[in-house]
Design a protein around this ligand. Structure first.
Ligand code: SF4
Ligand code: MSK
Length: 649
């Protein structure tokens, strides 16, 4: 019997994406959705993690008849090695991003900013204090130079453990010490992990998986944390900002430029350059009303959080954005940029411009970002877009009307300020709301989209259930963009969709029930928030005691594997929408999904169904509340004078 054709509505959730995916079909343009069909029968060895190609005696595959590879490695070793290499990939991506920013900070500190400056002095001083750097009457540049060197030492340290680990609650640090998972230098962890997984080195699956946690901690508390700290110093600590989301942010009568990837350096300059009178005049001369700058994926999140630049879409909308026929130029930097983009662009007039020397794509125009003259570099890329406007074929243009308003920019500093005001900035009101039961707990929903499942569907269903049941949701990356497209990143969403307790808190503070905390490298901000909650008191003395969970519903990248591992190693239970490639080893699966709970106080849980995931999350939050002795909603008590006198303050 012929197979039923898949309906677009079953592939993507929002109307804008349905419209553009339908257009792709009539324009005969391939997307990841047609390619995922071509890849249908996924290799079962790969899915289970039992294919090894680490040496050239192989590749080897584990079967009932061949339970060991040629060297004698069994399924446990092979699965564990493959898993560690995924963590390495993710940790390397985040950390290299962080390193680039530190090198930029160092140049700025030496007076070679070339357009970049220390934009946020309080962020500089916060970071300097974290490293016990003397402030006194030293200049910002002196402090920044010492700080940059200290950051760089975090990458190269050979014997010393990471300084940033001391930002975690003390009890957690002790736990890491006992389990011997304190990472040394970030680069050393990555190199050592590659060494350990070379043929004939580390074969004990437990030893290998513990190295995976060590490497992931070097990412979450090291490379990623440093990336967020330096971004705040150079570009400003995010604060609430209004904007718009979804493909409808592209304009019919403007020159549309999209930034895509992860690094904020070029996009920060583009945000400045599009306002340059000379550039605006050139756009008008080309017949456009102006220039629309918008973003995809996490570069979008970076400039959204700091400039309110609109978000055109998340990961699986990168091809769709071009298929609107209205994009003059898409500028890519690093990570999550599909190699298909130039091929999709060929059907339209769009140009794909790659800007990083470590990330070239065949068919894209490579225009290396000249960091020594960043503004000029940004302007020259914009001029390519202006020139390309005349090539736009109006008959191919179809921009879906849909946009949704949003508020983003909830850094930890901002949350503290919003909760407590300028003079008493703190997490106290949040802790109190959790203790009183108005907020049941906190869920960090992070990660990507994956064409194996309907775009945003799991993320949105789960988010709806959580906020309706008084769970405050913190989001980053493409999961945050999914909520933006649903209109859940607005304070109004709290009034309409949140449970009574959460609504009361959101209304009092003026925040949405879903807080956009940044790009995927900013998952470190979620750890920072968890630490603030612990330090504020009343909810235990370790992250594992806080009623909080992490969720990666539609994850796809190695970075998500590393993120999941550093959440678990920090004591947070993590729900995955689909499993890791580890099912070929019962031992590795048991270690990650069960035994980690005893080791770290958090483990992985796989829930393919978002409603089942919601139930699991409620059970985990309630269990944490039970252990804290706060699992009943307390009546709000109005104190009279006698009560007040009896208060022990
Ligand atoms: Fe096969 Fe062992 Fe080589 Fe892997 S390392 S490919 S299992 S021989
Ligand atoms: S961009 S890693 S698809 S969140 Fe950070 Fe989105 Fe995942 Fe890339």
């Amino acid at each position: 019997m012929p197979k039923e054709p898949v309906r677009m509505e079953d592939r993507v959730s929002d109307d804008a994406s349905v419209q553009v995916l339908t257009k792709a079909l009539s324009d005969c343009v391939d997307t990841c959705y047609s390619r995922v069909d071509a890849q249908r029968a996924a290799c079962k060895f790969g899915s289970q993690g039992i294919c090894c190609r680490i040496c050239h005696m192989g590749p080897c595959r584990i079967t009932a008849k061949a339970p060991r590879g040629i060297c004698g490695a069994d399924a446990d070793t092979i699965v564990a090695r493959n898993f560690l290499r995924e963590v390495v990939g993710g940790a390397a991506a985040h950390s290299d991003h962080g390193r680039h920013l530190v090198l930029r900070l160092k140049k700025v500190a030496r007076g070679h900013g070339n357009g970049y400056t220390i934009k946020d002095r309080p962020a500089l001083l916060r970071a300097a204090r974290a490293y016990h750097i003397e402030i006194g009457d030293r200049s910002d540049n002196e402090i920044a130079l010492e700080l940059a060197d200290r950051f760089l030492a975090e990458f190269t340290a050979q014997e010393e453990t990471l300084q940033t680990l001391t930002l975690a609650p003390e009890k957690r640090q002790g736990m890491w010490k006992n389990l011997e998972v304190m990472p040394k230098g970030i680069d050393r962890m990555i190199v050592e992990s590659m060494h350990r997984t070379h043929m004939g080195v580390d074969h004990d699956y437990r030893n290998i998986i513990m190295q995976a946690f060590r490497t992931a901690l070097a990412d979450g508390w090291g490379g990623s944390r440093i990336a967020s700290m330096v971004s705040d110093i150079l570009f400003g600590t995010p604060a609430p900002v209004r904007s718009q989301s979804n493909l409808g942010v592209l304009q019919k009568d403007t020159i549309n430029i999209l930034v895509h990837g992860h690094e904020p350096e070029l996009s920060e300059m583009l945000a400045v350059a599009v306002q340059d009178p000379e550039i605006v005049a050139a756009a008008k001369k080309a017949g456009a009303k102006g220039i629309t700058l918008a973003g995809i994926c996490c570069t979008a999140n970076e400039i959204l959080m700091r400039h309110g630049i609109p978000v055109a879409g998340n990961f699986l909308q990168q091809e769709l954005a071009i298929i609107t026929g209205a994009v003059e130029v898409m500028i890519t930097d690093v990570q999550c940029c599909m190699p298909s983009l130039p091929e999709v662009a060929r059907a339209y007039h769009s140009k794909i411009i790659s800007t990083s020397d470590i990330a070239k794509t065949v068919g894209a125009i490579h225009h290396a970002f000249d960091e020594n003259d960043a503004l000029a570099s940004a302007k020259s890329i914009i001029r390519v877009a202006i020139d390309n406007y005349r090539n736009r074929d109006e008959s191919k243009v179809a921009i879906p009307g849909a946009t949704q308003p949003l508020v983003a920019g909830f850094s930890v500093e901002t949350i503290k300020y919003m909760l407590g005001g300028r003079f008493r900035a703190s997490f106290r009101p949040l802790n109190d709301a959790i203790m009183q039961g108005r907020i049941r707990g906190v869920a960090g929903i992070v990660g990507c989209n994956n064409p194996k499942t309907k775009l945003d569907d799991y993320i949105n269903t789960l988010t709806r259930e959580l906020i309706a049941n008084n769970v405050l949701v913190l989001k980053t990356g493409c999961a945050a963009i999914a909520s933006a497209k649903q209109g859940r990143l607005t304070p109004e969403a709290a009034l309409e969709q949140a449970g009574d307790g959460l609504r009361e808190v959101c209304e009092a503070v003026g925040i949405p029930p879903v807080l956009h905390m940044g790009s995927c490298v900013d998952n470190s901000r979620i750890l920072e928030a968890a630490t603030e909650i612990v330090c504020e008191g009343g909810l235990g003395d370790d992250i594992s005691q806080v009623p909080a969970v992490g969720v990666a519903p539609e994850w796809m990248s190695e970075k998500a594997v590393a993120i999941g591992c550093y959440f678990v190693a920090s004591g947070v239970d993590v729900i995955l929408g689909h499993p890791f490639h580890i099912r070929g080893s019962e031992n590795v699966t048991r270690l990650l999904n069960e035994e980690c709970g005893e080791l770290f106080g958090g483990s992985f849980h796989v829930c393919a169904d978002p409603l089942a995931a919601a139930e699991k999350i409620f059970a985990l939050l309630d269990q944490a509340r039970e252990q804290l002795g706060i699992n009943k909603k307390q009546e709000r008590k109005l104190y009279d004078m006698k009560d007040r006198r009896e208060l022990d303050v």
